[in-house]
Design a protein around this ligand. Sequence first.
Ligand code: SME
Length: 156
Amino acid sequence: MPRVIDGDYAPVVAALRALLAGEHDFDANVANFVALAYHALPEINWLGFYWLRQGELVVGTFQGKPACTRIAMGKGVCGTAALRRAPLIVEDVLAFAGHIACDPASRSEIVIPVLAGERLLGVLDVDSPRPGRFDARDQAGLSTMLEVLLASSPIP
Ligand code: SME
């Protein structure tokens, strides 16, 4: 199982391409994306998707402790990133007004909107127990992984 070491996502992106190659079921590819990413990233305690359903973010495939099911657009880190349609890195979730604490162990967070062209599908959310865990390398690496996922199968 490849790991992200010193912010280098290349081996994990390559492993994801191989894992999804030839499979065109979106849900199956999401499940394997989450499993691979969860075990590849050091120092994280939650990783998964919230999908936009009827104007609300609804939890999808994830690994980690059970999480809040629904997040309104504009609420929490996820809803803020979704509304802005821009990635959001929060160094200290305790200092982020409106942060939604699903797992009290979470101390920092990165959220990346999942966009198919102009269409917002949802967000990828990753939590860490270490403040300041995420940086621009995580944003770039996770964005590349999302591109691989979206290219792998027709989007429902
Ligand atoms: N902390 C997120 C909620 C989702 S959990 O971290 C899994 C937020 O503030 O949007």
